[in-house]
Design a protein around this ligand. Structure first.
Ligand SMILES: [Ca+2]
Ligand SMILES: [Ca+2]
Length: 122
């Protein structure tokens, strides 16, 4: 998402021209800021110049994966062949790239089931 004008989030120091954060940024809300910086002198007539600024927000791993449901229930008949698909679980993560890469694994499955670490099928 792109926020074209940003008056209350970043502050330009009057003399130094340094930019400081006024608020904590969240990439999942805004990932890029585009705005214009204006420099003015005190002469008469006043002279001014402008420059465009782009600030790209980098991702941190601040979101946990979330399953599509808190509880899954599947059925499987006895004597079903090994390797038969029993079900699939799906989780999503609001971060980006590596921070959103999800790997599935099983706990307490006693070796009876195996899960595909990338698809969630088991
Ligand atoms: Ca994450
Ligand atoms: Ca993030």
């Amino acid at each position: 998402m792109l926020l074209p004008l940003l008056e209350n989030l970043l502050l330009s120091g009057t003399l130094s021209g340094s930019l400081y954060l006024k608020k904590v940024l969240d990439l999942e809300t805004w990932d890029k800021f585009v705005f214009t910086v204006i420099a003015m002198d005190n002469g008469s007539p006043t002279g001014s110049a402008s420059a465009s600024v782009i600030v790209q927000v980098l991702d941190m791993n601040d979101n946990e994966p979330i399953f599509s449901k808190p509880h899954y229930e599947f059925t499987v008949e006895e004597n079903t062949d090994r390797g038969t698909l029993v079900g699939q679980v799906i989780a999503a993560d609001y971060d980006m790239d590596m921070n959103a890469d999800i790997r599935y694994s099983l706990e307490n499955a006693n070796g009876t089931f195996q899960i595909n670490p990338t698809t969630g099928k088991f």
